[in-house]
Design a protein around this ligand. Sequence first.
Ligand code: ADP
Ligand code: MG
Length: 316
Amino acid sequence: MTEDVVVTKKLKDLPGVGPATAKKLEEAGYDIQKIAVASPHELGEVAGLGVETAKKTIAGARDSLEMGFETADRILEKRKEIGKITTSSTELDNLLGGGIETMAITEFYAKFGSGKTQIGFQLCVNVQKPKKEGGFDGNVLFIDSEGTFRPERIAQIAEAQGMDPDEVLKNIHVAKAVNSDHQMILAEKADDLIKDNNIKLVIVDSLTSHFRSDYIGRGSLSERQQKLNTHIHTLLKLADKYNLAVIIMNQVMDNPGILFGDPTTPIGGHVLAHASTYRVYLRKSKGDKRVARLVDSPCLPDAECVFTVSEQGITD
Ligand code: ADP
Ligand code: MG
């Protein structure tokens, strides 16, 4: 998708953008594409533009992007490269149509202790396996925003898979995000690391916790949603460009509006609902059992399955 966008203009050719503004935008990491999907408010903040000027700038950026159409056979050709990475639970793999897909975002949302992080750890190991064993011959970029990354646990899971834990850990590149802006930058600057290290899996655990605490109160909700939108599109672009899998973990909030059933809703609203290709809701069951429910998939039926979180990692 992204390779087909042809940029015909430079930043300073956009309406309302002089050399000084162009410099500010560039320093903040904005190119024409990013301006085209920005909000006037956001540009105002970044480059000091008035709302009306910013609207013209955004319109100009949109005009200068020729969104290329692709023929369906080419898209089909590209989609043949899509990989499926096993979760180590056949049940969960089946629910997902064969495993965690590349060129897509898979979201797991649940309360604490439901196994989101454990699934992430298991995938850190599994993606490194050869394709014929359910892996994707690739390495991992792990963005940790909750301080729950545990190499010891990944080593334990790797051993259970008969792999050398030291080798497995060497292929996992971890960054701790200190706040939501930092988290966004980590994803925006990931291109080189991805290319140089054959990254095939990007995990953000969790996507929303910093955004939730950095933007408190009703007034800042729209700003939070704009930033989340930008962030998720950065991730989607990486998935598409490098044929890699993106897994995002998400928290839930109590939804007092629901009287019956499970009163929990994922954070992030419509922004995440639209961007995630697969959304999986996890909940605890008896003992080490967990229930996963696929929600709103574009091509698979809504369904549930049971898997286990044990010392070995994820199993049926
Ligand atoms: P979440 O990320 O959804 O908050 P986690 O993925 O951290 O939840 O899941 C934590 C749970 O995983 C623990 O409550 C426990 O049931 C299970 N777990 C974690 N480590 C181990 C282990 N070494 N052996 C067995 N179970 C484990
Ligand atoms: Mg966790």
